[in-house]
Each structure stands twice: as C-alpha cells, then as structure tokens.
Design a protein around this ligand. Sequence first.
Ligand code: FAD
Length: 362
Amino acid sequence: MTRHAVIIGGGIGGLTAAIALRGDGRRVTVHERDAAPPVTGTALGMWPSALRALDTIGVGDEVRAVGRPQRAGAFLRPDGSRIVTLDMDRLRRRTGDDVHLISRPALLGILHRAAARAGAELRAGETADADVDAELVVAADGVFSRTREKIFGVSARFSGGTAWRGVVDDRPTDTFAEVWGRGIKFGVTPQEGGRTNWFATAPAPERSFSPGREVAALRRLFGGWADPVRGVLEALDERTVLRHDVYVTPPLPSFVHGRVALIGDAAHAMTPDLGRGACEAIIDAVTLAACVRTHPTIQTGLTGYDRERRPITQRLARVAGLAARMTRVRHALPVRDQLLRASLLAGPPDPAGVHSSSTSAA
Ligand SMILES: Cc1cc2nc3c(=O)[nH]c(=O)nc-3n(C[C@H](O)[C@H](O)[C@H](O)COP(=O)(O)OP(=O)(O)OC[C@H]3O[C@@H](n4cnc5c(N)ncnc54)[C@H](O)[C@@H]3O)c2cc1C
C-alpha cells in the first residue's frame, strides 16, 4: 500500500493534520463536505500550547499576526463588580505567549493556504468514510462524526445548554470578560479587525430556537446587565446572531480503531466553557503526525497517539463540563463565585500541549 493518508473533514483539525502529515512526504487527501469555506464566524481563543503546535507546522506566527492578543481578563457579576481578575502576565511568564483570538474563517484560511502549499490534495464538496482505501484514515469530521458513530456506535450528546455567538463591529478590545449570572453567562473577547466577539450560554431545551427573535431572547435574559454586556446588547443585529445547541462526545474507549484515528471534536467535543476545543484539535493533529512519523509502524504510532492524547483531552472535557455546571448554578452564588476565584488564582490554565517527544520530531 502507498503511503497515503485520507482525512475526513477539512475543518481546523483536518487541515492541521494535512499539513503535519505532508511533513514527511506522505500523500494526503482531504475530503471536506462543504463546497466552500465559511466567510463569517466568531473568534476562537488560541492558547499558547496550540500556538506552539501551530509553530511546528510553520503557521504559528501568521496566526499571532492576524489574531488579536488578549492582554487582560476578568470574570464579573451582572452589576459589573469583579469576581476575579485573570493574571494574563503569569500565563505570559509561564509560556512566553498570549492567548490570541482569531476568527474561524481567518484561521481556516491560513490553514487552507498552508495545506495547499504543502501539497495536500483538497477536495471540497466531497464526503468520505472510513472504508476508503488508505494506509491511514484521519476522522476529523466534527462533533456529529459519522465515522465515530460507525466505529464506536457513539453519537453526540446534547449538553443541556445552548449558545449564542456573534461579532460587533467598531468595538476594539484587548480584554476578555465573562459575566456570570444566575444560571447564565455572557462573554466578550477581542477579535481581529477592531471587532468585539461575544457569546452567551444558557440552559435550554434542545432545539428551542426562536428564528428572527434571538436578539429579543438575549435582551430578555441579559437586559439590565452592566457593560460590557449592555453595550453589546445595544449593538446587536438579528442577522448576525448565531445560535447553536451545545453537544459533547461521550468518553470513547479509544481514539483509534485499526488504521483510523479520531481527532478533534470527533474524538472529544466538549462544552465551550474552557475555550479549548479547536486548540485540542490542533494539538491532536500535530501529535498524531509526530507519532506516526517516529514509531516503527502506523499501528504503534496510532497506539502512541491514543496514549498521549486521550487522557488529557478527556480530562479537559470533564473539567469543561464541570465549568458548564458551575455557570448553571442558580443558588448560593457567593459560594460559586468563591470557587471560581480559587480555581483561577494560579492564572489561566494552559495544560502542556504537544508532548516534547512529538514536537522535536514534528
Ligand atoms: C460557542 C463555542 C465557542 C467556542 N470557542 C472556542 C475557543 O475560543 N477556542 C477553541 O479552541 N475552541 C472553541 N470552540 C470549539 C471549536 O469550535 C471546536 O472544538 C473545533 O471547531 C473542532 O474542530 P474540528 O476540526 O474537530 O471539527 P469542525 O470544526 O467541526 O470540522 C469538521 C469538518 O468536517 C466536515 N465533515 C463532517 N462530516 C464529513 C464527512 N462525512 N466527509 C467530509 N467532511 C465532513 C465538516 O463540514 C467540517 O468542516 C468553541 C465552540 C463553541 C460551540
């Protein structure tokens, strides 16, 4: 069999895997269901560990240059009072880097161009499944992964929460702020192009959307909250509000099966409360390529990938789930806020990303 990797899904994880796997000369084909990349989208926080993984495939500096660094951060109450300030300097001292916020289309654009430059074959508007004939199949087909369902019989599970997201123009900020209310939260972050990225989450029955009336729903839930929420709510335009229910991947017994490796949300979709899903997809992809390159066979490489990535990502998914439950608390808010303070006193957490043995080989 030729050294050919097929990647199912040309999202953040799939494109990163394409670039990383091309690094050792393997033929790589990416099948992406959508005919064209998204042109609109909200910001993703790239943590230093993910930026280091992007450095290993040569695009870290471009992401830093296009994205916007988050210089300050705080958790607030709805009246604007402070629960805890995030010590971003401590993160910078520990890692030498800032969290950078970059919109999904901008990140996908950078990865897409790098994958094309690296010589990956990119097939847009085409689906694929794990039966394809190849030495290695990478399932990067997202939270509703058909590959995962077929191999492990595990479907995405509704988390009990819904999320609104959007972008407000002409509001430059370099500060992350998350406001925790009674069972609901609202956040703002920097985004490139002088914009403010915002998000809000609340418990809600599955698919209880209000098309055309989401701004009214948001104003009902968050009306009366102090800035920065007030300013964003005033600027909202119904056409720019995205709403999605949040789904998670139940813990899998393995991220590999035969010659198939699951990465990103296909393997471990988590609630967005730590802002790490895309970061972990990137780290998975780079680690997988390094394991395949440094192990004597594809099979042992895949076993190494599973061993390196499953425990940490499943732990992060558990912590993200706990954080989601904390935001849904409706009583004893001072105790909850005290817990949040205690958990963040050591600064924003950024677990080690790509294992040193993987980076040195990547
Ligand atoms: C509200 C919210 C906020 C978030 N904020 C952050 C953040 O700040 N930082 C962060 O790191 N993460 C964040 N995330 C998580 C992040 O969006 C995901 O974890 C990330 O997009 C996962 O990347 P992926 O490549 O695994 O999957 P996806 O991005 O979902 O890509 C999967 C791709 O596969 C394609 N596909 C599916 N099936 C097939 C098939 N059969 N054949 C071919 N193609 C297929 C799809 O079209 C898609 O392009 C957030 C998520 C949410 C919901």
